[in-house]
Ligand binder design. Structure first.
Ligand code: GH3
Ligand code: MG
Ligand code: MG
Ligand code: MG
Length: 306
């Protein structure tokens, strides 16, 4: 875990229909972060959606939308759902407090409040918020590591198989067809042997960049291993898949790598296979594209076989 964020990086939204209250709270919290204020529930929701503050101090009794309405609106929106909310309110009944906490508030402070206590509570909540944000980042990083190939940043085999499995299920449910391309660099071993492994690595990296640029947003490119890649083209029949594959062949031919001052060009072979819900397993789908790739290799390379 990295260092905790310094207080000034936090943004705090203070919501109260009485300006003297927002002013007082702003003053109390000014050392803990950037304080923004809102004088109505509507304004609070707008600001929260626009700026996703780290913490919200929320009054309950307000004309129009009250604090309960506001927290419900915030919890109902993906963007604001996880922002911690502390009620700061004149309502001191057990039932009000219970309701506030049940609606998802992390704390409930009654007016008149003790400034030092508000400050201390806010500090504790911001510290937790900081941990939560760090955890979120670590999770994203973990997810990335688990699904991508470190050399090229293309997706890895495991991720590809999951996507293919999903697509096969959809093909069964909606009776539709998709395609898989299996792509393998031609004579890659001789590139390594002639120019060295580092140049081979650059070939892989540059090719992935070019392919990523050529495929559509919903297509998935993955490195299955070594110099072998697969591309999933959802809802694409064999004819369209072949057109895409030919375009990829062309794009790869245009790549020039600097191999120690000398220009290096290379080609790929592609096997293309359309599949529908009749396929029993993802392995069977891949097998079919692999057979087409084998044919592409054995009929001369630098070509697409369907
Ligand atoms: P073909 O045209 O039939 O596909 O021949 P090829 O030489 O491309 O195929 P082969 O399977 O004989 O060789 C693949 C080579 O890829 C062998 C292996 O050392 C190399 N390789 C696998 N992974 C990497 C990598 O991450 N970086 C580099 N530089 N080379 C790799
Ligand atoms: Mg009020
Ligand atoms: Mg090869
Ligand atoms: Mg190979």
């Amino acid at each position: 875990m990295g260092e905790a964020a310094t207080a000034n990086e936090f943004s705090i939204l203070v919501v109260d229909d009485a300006p003297e209250n927002t002013m007082l709270l702003s003053l109390i919290l000014k050392d803990q972060g950037n304080v923004t204020t809102a004088l109505s529930g509507r304004e609070a929701i707008d600001i929260a959606l626009a700026t996703t503050p780290d913490l919200i101090l929320l009054d309950i009794q307000m004309p129009d939308l009250d604090g309960y309405d506001v927290i419900q609106a915030l919890k109902g929106e993906e963007r604001t759902r996880n922002i911690p909310v502390i009620f700061v309110t004149g309502l001191s009944d057990e039932g009000d407090e219970e309701k506030g906490l049940e609606l998802g508030a992390i704390d409930y402070i009654t007016k008149p409040f003790k400034p030092a206590v508000v400050k201390a509570r806010v500090r504790n909540h911001l510290r937790l918020r900081d941990y939560a944000l760090q955890l979120e980042k670590l999770n994203e990083e973990l997810e990335r590591l688990a699904t991508t190939d470190p050399l090229t940043s293309a997706f890895n085999r495991r991720y590809f198989m999951t996507k293919l499995q999903d697509e096969l299920k959809r093909s069964r449910r909606y009776d539709r067809s998709s395609s898989v391309l299996m792509l393998d660099i031609d004579h890659f071993k001789s590139i390594n042997d002639t120019y060295g492994h580092d140049v081979g690595d650059i070939v892989l990296i540059e090719m992935v960049k070019v392919l990523e640029n050529e495929i559509r947003e919903f297509d998935t490119l993955a490195r299955l291993g070594g110099e072998e890649f697969a591309i999933l083209l959802p809802e694409t029949n064999e004819t369209s898949a072949k057109v895409s594959a030919v375009r990829l062949l062309d794009a790869v031919r245009k790549i020039t790598i600097d191999a120690g001052g000398k220009p290096l060009n290379f080609t790929v072979s592609i096997g293309c296979s359309e599949f529908d819900g009749d396929y029993d397993t993802v392995e069977a789908v891949l097998k079919s594209a692999d057979l087409a790739l084998y044919e592409a290799k054995h009929s001369g390379r630098d070509r697409v076989v369907t």
